[in-house]
Design a protein around this ligand. Structure first.
Ligand code: F0G
Length: 365
């Protein structure tokens, strides 16, 4: 509809409230990328660009619900551990809701844009000498002691909001193509989004809105240096072994202990999906290719396309599939990574003739 609530809150029938603490969020584009679609070799490829949310990541969809709950409950301090995006979203939505926010970040491992957001929106930022998983351990302790209201994706209200990614994909794709996508490929860190999408599809089925055969195959992608979920899926385990050492250029998904795995693993299994690990080089290549289509994403987001390519190459994804890749965060989140993947600026003199000479030299990127 053209009037009424925008984005996430259009779907209030499936949410715990009629409205939230809103900026507003959701209503993100489902891009066509014809050249990549052809190169990958699938029937249909669309990019759901969650980087187009108010703070530049899908986390906003969860925060609009989670912070509303916090207001309802009357807590005065909100807290999260974060690889960056959750902290940016919490800081903004906390500010919007007039609440104090505390964020714990792994020191030196969070992209510049995200720390800048948390800082300007007024969060108190604590840099922990440890990785994300240690930050989350500490925040859980604080929450258990009643010192803060936890707004990581362990908070089920976050996932309620994130379900709307699935609703928007199903609605838009069906309106455009007359069918539902066969597969949704998404980057996995804590596996909150995977769990949220699975819940979305279960609820759509229970409501009779779709059939079992309409449910897209949930396909998770991790970086090779942080792939405990992939390990669990490949070995057919019901539990995930925590990785203590994790490393990847995609710092957003530099996570060794995916806390939502118990909710997400059944989703991958029961939808007939899979999980795959990709190299940092493949992530960078995918980030460049998306950028060449005008779609600017951060490294973790590009993992979805890199994963699709790998699964297409191995034959696990068929040529006749309709696929949606989720890109979870905006290019500007990680300016350093963007510079690394892109070309460097060329210094030129302050003079038109010299600029012309320089261009004609062909000494471009
Ligand atoms: N992509 C981006 C850009 C993210 O920031 C995250 C998670 C994920 C993917 C993974 O999503 O955890 O639902 O599997 N970022 C969290 C944070 C951990 O703190 O910002 P997930």
């Amino acid at each position: 509809p053209e009037s009424g609530p925008y984005g996430v809150w259009r779907y209030s029938a499936g949410l715990p409230f009629e409205e939230g603490v809103s900026l507003p969020e959701g209503g993100t584009p489902l891009h066509y990328v014809p050249s990549i679609e052809e190169e990958v070799g699938v029937n249909n490829l669309r990019i759901k660009h969650e980087g187009m949310n108010p703070t530049g990541s899908f986390k906003d969809r969860g925060m609009t619900v989670g912070v509303r709950v916090a207001k309802e409950v009357g807590v005065d301090r909100l807290a999260c551990a974060s690889t960056g995006n959750t902290s940016a979203a919490l800081a903004a939505y906390g500010a919007r809701g007039g609440m104090e926010t505390l964020v714990l970040l792994p020191a030196g491992k969070v992209a510049a844009g995200k720390v800048a957001q948390a800082s300007l929106h007024g969060a108190r930022i604590l840099e922990v000498d440890g990785n994300f998983d240690s930050c989350l351990d500490i925040v859980q302790d604080l929450a258990a002691r009643g010192e803060a209201y936890l707004l990581n994706s362990l908070n089920p209200f976050r996932l309620e909001g994130q379900k709307t990614i699935g609703l928007e994909i199903m609605e838009r794709f069906h309106a455009d193509e007359g069918t539902y996508p066969d597969r949704i490929v998404l980057p996995v860190g804590n596996a909150g989004n995977t769990a949220a999408l699975y819940k979305c599809f279960r609820e759509l089925r229970e409501a009779g809105a779709i059939d079992e055969s309409d449910v897209p195959k949930l396909t998770g992608v991790q970086a090779e240096g942080a792939a405990p979920m992939v390990e669990a899926v490949e070995e057919g385990n019901d539990e995930v072994r925590r990785w203590d050492e994790v490393e990847t250029r995609a710092t957003a998904i530099r996570i060794g202990n995916p806390v939502n795995a118990p909710k997400a693993l059944p989703g991958i299994r029961e939808t007939g999906g899979t999980a795959v690990a990709v190299s940092d080089e493949a992530i960078t290549e995918a980030q460049r290719d998306l950028a060449e289509e005008g779609v600017g994403v951060e490294p973790a987001s590009a993992a979805s396309l890199a994963g699709l390519r790998k699964l297409r190459d191995s034959g696990e994804v068929d040529a006749d599939e309709d696929v949606v890749c989720l890109t979870t965060g905006h290019l500007l989140k990680d300016p350093d990574a963007a510079y690394e993947a892109g070309g460097d600026p060329e210094p030129v003199p302050n003079d038109t003739e010299a600029v012309l000479d320089h261009i004609d030299d062909g000494s471009s990127v």
